[in-house]
Design a protein. Structure first.
Length: 336
């Protein structure tokens, strides 16, 4: 594996810290819990899309693009980071926002990530739920091309073999950090959506022979579908980096028990997990992704899947900007 032959443009602050979480570890009484701070990637409040965008944007520049086109849900962290990356490179960003969550009140389409999209002068349009959003983004890109623009279309979540390179990188970075500090990592747990994060991690870890498990906590799809999506992209990424042999299917593990009523819909366990991370560790999670990922981690400790003596890393994928679109769940004044 030689990642250096893939071009990337620096957009973030790397390596992100790997930190011990003493209070959560003590409170839960199971494995030693660490956090890999990919919420601190630096780009526009940070998050996991930064690593993917470093490779995607380099590809866009190489192709002579002047406009980034992408899509996501209304409170998309991916759209927000793409919009910021476009600004950094002097490009425009056009985004399609899917109304996937429609019962969250009047601020949902203006606050949080959407406010930041406004600040980065992102041109966004809303779409009703249920369309093939990647096809919509391609069609939108074609229309821009007909008008003389040079669009580069990024799929939802930046999840293709180019974007997933960012998490191949992260796998190597994490293993280097662990080696430096003498830490044996057993398992990585993180929120999984469009699959690029887990696919890149799994491909990267296997390519460097690191015996570390990854557990994806699905935020949307059922287990079988999520595993199939991750494995498909992980294998494509594994081929893309020119790694030898075949990626074993057992490398991909996912749980769907923490989705609740649906994508972006709150669960009690998510609210508790966010409150616990904030009050015990001073760490901000988010309601759509990392809060459900942490809810999954907590349950897997409590039900004994993750055991004491093990070293478990929670990959914090970011998302805290979305907290401000879910204020009603956390405001003590509003609850009073
Ligand atoms: C996009 C996102 C994820 C999921 O990552 P995928 O690569 O889409 O699976 C997790 N957490 C946050 C905060 C995200 O924005």
């Amino acid at each position: 594996m030689n990642l250096a032959r893939f071009k990337k443009i620096s957009l973030g602050h790397f390596p992100t810290p790997l930190e011990f979480m003493p209070n959560l570890t003590r409170l839960l009484g199971g494995p030693n819990l660490y956090v890999k701070r990919d919420d601190c990637t630096g780009l526009a409040t940070g998050g996991n899309k930064t690593r993917k965008l470093e490779y995607l944007v380099a590809d866009a520049v190489e192709q002579g693009a002047d406009t980034l086109v992408t899509q996501g849900a209304t409170q998309s962290n991916h759209v927000r980071q793409t919009a910021a990356a476009a600004r950094r490179l002097g490009m425009d960003c056009h985004a399609l926002l899917e109304r996937r969550v429609t019962n969250m009140g009047s601020d949902y389409e203006t606050a949080g990530n959407v406010l930041l999209d406004d600040m980065f002068r992102c041109e966004y349009q809303f779409r009703d739920e249920g369309l093939d959003m990647n096809a919509e983004a391609e069609a939108y890109g074609s229309a821009l091309r007909d008008r003389g623009r040079k669009p580069y279309v990024i799929p939802g979540g930046g999840s293709n073999p180019v974007g997933a390179l960012g998490y191949v990188d992260c796998a190597a970075e994490l293993v280097r950090q662990a080696d430096t500090t003498g830490l044996r990592i057993d398992t990585i747990v993180h929120a999984s959506g469009s699959a690029g994060t887990q696919a890149g991690l799994v491909a990267g870890l296997h390519a460097i022979n690191a015996p570390i498990n990854t557990i994806g906590i699905s935020v949307r799809a059922d287990r079988d579908k999520q595993i199939a999506n991750v494995l498909r992209l992980a294998r494509a990424t594994y081929d893309h980096i020119g790694a030898r042999g075949e990626l074993p299917a057992e490398r991909v593990v996912a749980y769907d028990e923490y989705v609740g009523p649906g994508y972006g819909q709150p669960t009690d366990e998510m609210v508790d997990a966010i409150s616990l991370a904030a009050s015990e560790e001073g760490i901000l999670l988010d309601p759509v992704y990392s809060g459900k990922g942490m809810a999954g981690l907590i349950d897997l400790v409590r039900n004994g899947t993750l055991k004491s003596g093990e070293n478990v890393v929670f990959l914090h994928t970011g998302g805290s900007a979305a907290l401000f679109a879910y204020e009603h769940l956390f405001s003590r004044q509003r609850a009073a």
